[in-house]
Structures are given as C-alpha cells and as structure tokens.
Design a protein around this ligand. Structure first.
Ligand code: C5P
Length: 217
C-alpha cells in the first residue's frame, strides 16, 4: 500500500481542510468520503425516495458516478442531514466500500477524510488522525461557512444539528464514528487552521518515521 492518511472526525471539526492541505503538502490525491453520502442523500430526495428506507437509498446510489461529484449543493445543511440518514444503512455503506478502497490502493497513496476510514475502510493505513473540536466551536465554523454560501443560518439551530448528527453518527450500528485505537487525536477547538495543520503534519511525520523504521517498510 502507498502512504494512506486517514482523517476521521465529526462534522466541522476541520478534518476536510486538514485533509486537503495534507494532500497538497504530500502530493497525494484527496477523497472527501462525506461527499459520497451527501450525493446519495440528495439523489434519494431528487428521486422522491425515503431516506430512512434502505432500498430507496441503495437504488439512488446505483445511479451515481462517484468519481464526478461537485457543486455547492452538496455543502448545504439539508445535504449533511440527508447524508447522515442514508449513512445509517449497512447496504448503502457497502456500495461505497470498493470505490473508497480502490482510491486508497492507488500509488503513491491518498488522503481520505470521513468517519470510518481508519476503522473500517483502510484499517491498516500507516497514518491515522482523529480530529475533534467542541460542539460549539464546530457550530460556529459551520455557521460562518453557511453564511459564506449565502444560506440564512441560525446559530442555535446549527448547534442542535451538530449535536444531532454527532449522536446519530456515533450511535449507529454500522461503522459508527469513533477513533481507531491507533489514531492520533487532534483537538482543534482552540487552534486556527494553520496551527491545526501544523499539528496534523507532525502526526503524519511521526507516522512516516515509524513506517521507515518498521521491517515491512
Ligand atoms: O463529513 P460530512 O459532514 O460531509 O459527512 C456527512 C455525513 O456522511 C456524516 O454525518 C456521516 O453520517 C456520513 N459519513 C459517514 N462515513 C464517512 C463519511 C461521512 O457515515 N466516511
């Protein structure tokens, strides 16, 4: 396997920004796995399906081209909420495993951010970071981000969303959100993006050094 960096953590913890900066720093492609679940959630809504019905979500997933996802629509609150509802279904998660693992397997490696990358998708990733921050700090970031997108946003409603999403993502039976046992924890509550990235980079450098010393290489 190439050098895979798994970046997991809750919504708005900073993991997406950290992942894209790590990708640029190490010359690795970046996969935002949340986008896959967001795309399925939006496709279910577009097709008039029910987000809580597994078969509707699997059908929507089968018509998507995961290699070609972009657009601001994916970043909305509604897309995040829909994503976390479709992500509960084991058969939906199943449809995404091969795509994510293929992405991880390509040389020279990859950076993938999500909830279950270090635990389920690439459990043998040489570098794993679990990014957290207080719910209030994350709600503030999401609020600023949504304002930037031109969405009218109420801070209290966003904080409630963040808490609801954390609870759903952590409590589900299929690949719940949790740090891998060998993940380094990075709390970004009091860090700006430069400081958070510096800390992430130190974690990755330690992982690289460990890998070079290990007999398997
Ligand atoms: O990271 P992002 O906020 O885009 O993720 C949206 C939702 O997709 C999460 O709340 C989670 O339910 C789901 N997800 C997941 N596993 C991943 C990535 C995202 O279950 N690897």
């Amino acid at each position: 396997m190439g050098f895979v960096i798994a970046v997991d953590g809750p919504a708005a913890s900073g993991k997406g920004t950290i992942a894209s900066k790590l990708g640029a720093a190490y010359g690795l492609p970046v996969l935002d796995s949340g986008l896959l679940y967001r795309a399925i959630g939006l496709a279910v809504i577009d097709e008039g399906g029910d987000l809580d019905v597994e078969a509707d979500c699997v059908r929507a997933a089968s018509s998507l081209d995961f290699a070609n996802l972009n657009g601001e629509r994916f970043r909305t609150r509604a897309a995040g909420e829909a994503a976390s509802r479709v992500a509960v279904h084991p058969a939906v998660r199943e449809t995404l495993i091969a795509f994510q693992r293929d992405f991880a397997r390509r040389e020279p490696g990859a950076v993938i951010d999500g909830r279950d990358i270090g635990t389920v998708i690439v459990p043998d990733a040489p570098a794993k970071i679990y990014v957290t921050a207080s719910a209030e700090a994350r709600a503030t970031r999401r609020w600023l981000q949504l304002l930037g997108l031109g969405e009218s946003a109420d801070y209290e409603a966003i904080l409630a969303d963040v808490r609801k999403r954390d609870a759903r993502d952590a409590a589900r039976a299929a690949a719940p959100m949790r740090p891998a046992e060998d993940a380094a924890l990075l709390d970004t509550t009091d860090l700006d993006i430069d400081a958070a990235f510096d800390a992430a980079r130190r974690i990755v450098e330690d992982a690289r050094a460990r890998r070079e010393q290990s007999p398997k290489g």
